[in-house]
Design a protein around this ligand. Structure first.
Ligand code: ZN
Ligand code: ZN
Length: 163
């Protein structure tokens, strides 16, 4: 029983996102962009592929943006070329589709799903499901917003998910 409590409450902790980025050869920096609608930029900086994230975003949103950039890099292959660059504005994250086929073939939607799977991996979701914690608590413990947590639960039920 004590072990169950530890499993469900003691270890449900945020994924070490910055470390994950480092293992993929990516550095992360927070910044203020000259153009206000820019959310993330990935460019070489001092010779290293670097994710720049809008520091005006909330902590949970910054984690999602960083995970999104990491997911792009993973989907584009392990090797990130020296000249790799990516600029994304906030409106990229708010589009939607009427049909699941469109979602499945949309690069941005696939990237968002992988970002959620990075932040909320199957082991941690299984741990949450075994617990009696609410969506809000689960999101809080994993340092994601409740809406991303809910979306992750929907992802798990769809055939499009990354398992
Ligand atoms: Zn994207
Ligand atoms: Zn899409």
């Amino acid at each position: 029983m004590a072990k169950d409590l530890l499993d469900t409450h003691g270890t449900l902790s945020p994924v070490p996102l910055i470390t994950l980025c480092h293992t993929q050869g990516l550095t992360v920096r927070r910044t203020t962009f000259a153009t206000p609608d820019v959310a993330i930029v990935v460019i070489p900086y001092h010779g290293l592929p670097t994710i720049f994230v809008d520091q005006a975003a909330s902590a949970a949103h910054q984690r999602f943006l960083i995970a999104h950039a990491l997911a792009h890099c993973v989907l584009h292959g392990q090797q990130i070329p020296d000249n790799y660059s990516l600029v994304e504005s906030y409106d990229r994250f708010t589009h939607s589709h009427n049909f699941s086929d469109d979602r499945a073939s949309c690069v941005e939607c696939r990237t968002n799903r992988l970002a959620r799977a990075i932040l909320m991996p199957p082991s941690k979701m299984a741990q949450w499901l075994r617990s009696s914690l609410s969506v809000t608590s689960g999101g809080f413990l994993l340092a994601v917003s409740p809406s991303q947590f809910r979306q992750r639960l929907r992802d798990r039920l769809s055939a499009e998910d990354f398992h």
